[in-house]
Ligand binder design. Structure first.
Ligand SMILES: Cc1cc2nc3c(=O)[nH]c(=O)nc-3n(C[C@H](O)[C@H](O)[C@H](O)COP(=O)(O)OP(=O)(O)OC[C@H]3O[C@@H](n4cnc5c(N)ncnc54)[C@H](O)[C@@H]3O)c2cc1C
Length: 413
């Protein structure tokens, strides 16, 4: 069997590992634009100098030998010939496959901002090459504006803060990490950023950038009229799936990205997809799991994606840890959701449930409760059955051991 995997990140690398496990004799080729294996989640530590390139790598040092994989690195796949079962490389060469895994992830979306076209001093924050540029920026620039306060924008901001560089943060959303946090949890970080001298503008977009004659941005104009001095502009306002090379392939694409089912299979029986390329759940654990599941199915061992929560993030910024799970802010016009909160000092906890089923949660300042929470979710416990305040539940309340067979059971059964 000849397997080809495109993409050497979370989904692709774990796909290769799983293929080798399930099919020891197969021929495996990995093709990637990336020349190295690295975790994008810790790129900010490379920016700040707290990690070397080697320490960003999440694969074994002898990955290629260990998994007997032919890794074609630094090469872009530019086309797909499904009839011939071949991928087409940028140099025109072709590589044949019996089964193909597309794990090409996504790229930074550059919004159509007035005045931005042709500017030299802006970049995204996604690939190692971006970070190489951003490392040099503070040597020449002192007014860095970061557009976007999602996980990526905040990584960029804190990476720079660790270097002693203060940026200005701009986001259309009302508060930072808008997808992961509610306003209360976000305020903790907003206050901390203020204390560290980070200028922040929320609820406003960028209406225009001003370029000088050399093609450098000098000012960023916000939709409320604020004029920000700017000598480098970092754009982290969303991503788009890397599916350009599939446009004429006949593979089904949605407006978000590559379409595949819970086994990873696309509308071609020999082609699978995994990770950010779907444009649906752009987080690391989903990419890893989808890569493994697709690979297992490619090797003939059935597996399905069954995760309940498409979004789970654990973050640590400026010494404050937060875990965010699922829907943390229920829709305003829907009173079928119930919300439980707990606040004491720096600790904030919140559970959102509907018909007794937890659909979202936030833990800030004390993640120890995460263990109980995961049990509540994994065991599908109806939180309405819990007799005491939900945040006082601990393992000893909830799980008891039946004397006769030493099995765990719930105290309220
Ligand atoms: C700064 C940053 C911080 C993040 N922090 C978190 C976090 O804290 N928690 C979390 O869960 N997630 C985080 N994420 C998201 C997480 O990194 C992604 O979900 C994950 O990397 C997706 O993995 P993937 O394998 O699907 O794609 P990617 O990581 O995007 O990798 C795609 C691979 O495909 C290759 N490729 C693309 N196109 C081609 C082509 N045409 N030909 C050949 N090769 C190609 C690329 O070179 C790359 O190797 C973060 C992302 C960023 C950028």
């Amino acid at each position: 069997m000849r397997y080809v995997v495109i993409g050497s990140s979370a989904a692709g690398v774990n796909g290769v590992r799983e293929l080798r496990k399930k099919d020891p004799e197969a021929e495996i080729t990995l093709i990637s634009k990336d020349k190295a294996i690295y975790s994008r989640c810790i790129l900010h530590q490379y920016l700040s100098g707290h990690r070397s390139l080697e320490r960003l790598c999440f694969a074994e040092p002898d990955f290629e030998d260990l998994y007997k994989v032919n890794w074609v690195k630094g090469v872009e796949v530019t086309g797909l010939d499904r009839e011939a079962q071949e991928v087409i490389l940028e140099n025109g060469e072709r590589t044949g496959y019996d089964k193909l895994l597309i794990a090409t992830g996504s790229h930074t979306f550059i919004p159509p901002i007035k005045g931005l076209a042709g500017a030299k001093n802006f970049i995204g924050f996604r690939n190692i090459d971006d970070i190489e540029v951003l490392k040099e920026v503070p040597k020449k620039c002192s007014h860095i504006v970061v557009l976007g306060s999602g996980l990526v924008g905040i990584d960029c901001t804190t990476g720079y803060l660790d270097m002693g560089v203060k940026v200005t943060l701009v986001d259309f959303a009302g508060w930072l990490l808008n997808r992961q946090l509610d306003e209360r949890a976000a305020q903790t970080y907003i206050d901390l950023f203020n204390e560290h001298g980070i200028e922040q503008h929320y609820g406003v977009g960028v209406s225009e950038v001003i370029q000088n004659e050399e093609g450098n941005i000098t000012n960023v104009i916000l939709t409320d009229g604020t004029d920000l001095e700017c000598d480098f502009f970092v754009i982290t306002a969303g991503v788009r799936s890397n599916v350009e090379f599939l446009q004429d392939s006949g593979l089904e694409l949605s407006k978000f990205g590559l379409v595949y089912d819970e086994t990873g299979k696309t509308n071609d029986d020999n082609i699978y997809g995994a990770g950010d390329v779907s444009g649906l759940s752009p987080i690391w654990p989903v990419a890893v799991k989808e890569g493994m599941i697709a690979a297992s199915n490619m090797a003939g061992v059935p597996a399905k994606m069954t995760d309940f929560f498409a979004s789970k993030s654990t973050m640590s910024f400026l010494g404050v840890n937060t875990m965010s799970l699922g829907m943390v802010t229920p829709p305003e016009d829907d009173d079928s959701y119930q919300v439980e909160t707990y606040e004491k000092g720096d600790v904030y906890k919140k559970i959102v449930h509907k018909d007794g089923v937890i659909v979202g949660a936030l833990l800030q300042g004390d993640l120890a409760y995460g263990g109980v929470l995961q049990q509540l979710i994994a065991r599908k416990i109806d939180v309405r059955r819990v007799k005491k305040p939900i945040f006082e539940v601990d393992y000893s309340d909830f799980f008891h051991i039946a004397d006769e067979n030493y099995e765990f059971y719930y105290a309220d059964r």
